[in-house]
Design a protein around this ligand. Structure first.
Ligand SMILES: NC(=O)c1ccc[n+]([C@@H]2O[C@H](COP(=O)([O-])OP(=O)(O)OC[C@H]3O[C@@H](n4cnc5c(N)ncnc54)[C@H](O)[C@@H]3O)[C@@H](O)[C@H]2O)c1
Length: 340
């Protein structure tokens, strides 16, 4: 691999950039985070100071003119389209947070613009790069549990809770969770990771799917949602997502599980218990447990893709689009199928 260093610009200095993207870019040898952009001065300056970043802009043109080689987009979903189109105009490759776009039309426009600019566009599915997720892929590929027949992918939590305390000490509705509910809820937000993992692991297209909702609160989108998917190879996946599980509890619980049921055994990853194991007729095999996401793994792969021009592991924009499509349509089905 060439020792060339890629100069990176990042758009959107919020929560996920702070704990995930920025530390990961700074940890990867072949990447240098040179410029950041955010329309909100306060978020921008805070991030610049915290991570000691050379250039910080509230002006998009100035950001694109700051001698960068590639762009990471970590803005809210409704901003992805404009950010990507601007990167295409400036002929810069992009890795963009999920969901790639708000709908199919937007996503197609983004993919088209990037193709015309001859630039790569990847969707930032960082769950793929957890060493545990990569291990699951390897186990499936060598048929360690025979043929995988059922996937149970569960992520039920409260999206940081219904309420937050403002600067004056008042209990207010937590804005970040509310924004995610207005953008379509848990399947469109976090659920896209689970749908992507099913595709990544099985390498088998979804032939049909259906979404079913539960409403703990009264947003239009269900705050608790189930997705059933049939894959072309005969595997059935169920994804269960919630943003209302313990949403007002003083001591909230979460449940994050991957279970893969095969003809010769079961693989189980349980985030809360920090266990990852396989049961077959040979007994139990325990594997090292790793957190559900790896931003550093993802940026290592992106660095390599920027240098070599290819990647077998990153999610393409097209994959990001089909995942978003399934999540949006399943959410629509749940809303339309709601029994009142
Ligand atoms: N991969 C993951 O695990 C993960 C986790 C959380 C969020 N996300 C995704 O990351 C994205 C950002 O989420 P977040 O929780 O950090 O949101 P956030 O609201 O905390 O931060 C978004 C930031 O983008 C800025 N912004 C607003 N308009 C912008 C624009 N036009 N261009 C650039 N920046 C703009 C905001 O000022 C804010 O600082 C969303 O798409 C979300 O779904 C992914």
């Amino acid at each position: 691999m060439s020792s060339q260093i890629k100069r990176i610009g990042l758009m959107g200095c919020g929560v996920v950039a702070d704990y995930g993207h920025v530390p990961a870019i700074q940890a990867v040898e072949q990447l240098k985070l040179c410029s950041i952009f955010d329309p909100h001065e306060e978020s921008l300056k805070r991030m610049q100071q915290k991570f000691n970043i050379e250039n910080a802009f509230t002006d998009e043109d100035a950001f694109f003119n700051s001698d960068i080689d590639a762009v990471s987009i970590t803005s809210p979903a409704p901003c992805h389209r404009a950010n990507v189109l601007n990167a295409a105009k400036n002929k810069l490759p992009v890795i963009c947070e999920k969901p790639l776009a708000m709908n199919k039309t937007e996503a197609k426009e983004m993919i088209d613009a990037m193709q015309k600019a001859d630039c790569s566009l990847y969707t930032a599915f960082c769950y793929r790069f957890s060493p545990s997720a990569l291990k699951i892929k390897e186990l499936i590929e060598r048929e360690a549990i025979g043929q995988v027949r059922v996937l149970r992918l569960i992520n039920i939590w409260n999206c940081h809770g219904k309420y937050e305390i403002d600067a004056n000490g008042n209990k207010i509705i937590q804005k970040r969770r509310e924004d995610r509910m207005f953008e379509g809820g848990p399947m469109i937000d976090c659920g896209t990771h689970q749908i992507d993992l099913a595709n990544f692991w099985l390498n088998s297209d979804v032939v049909n799917f259906s979404g079913h909702g539960g409403w703990v609160e009264e947003y239009e989108a269900p705050d608790h949602i189930w997705l059933h998917m049939d894959h072309v190879n005969g595997t059935h996946t169920i994804v269960e997502m919630s943003y209302s599980y313990h949403h007002t509890s003083k001591h909230p619980h979460t449940e994050f599980i991957y279970e893969l049921i095969g003809t010769k055994g079961v693989i189980r990853y349980h985030n809360e218990a920090q266990t990852f194991s396989m049961e077959t007729d040979q007994g139990t095999e325990n594997f090292p447990f790793h957190p559900v996401k790896s931003f550093t793994g993802m940026y290592n792969e992106w660095a390599s893709a920027l240098i070599t021009g290819k990647s077998d592991l990153l999610a393409t924009a097209q994959q990001g689009l089909s995942v978003t499509e399934i999540a949006s349509q399943a959410t629509e089905q749940a809303i339309n199928g709601r029994y009142k």
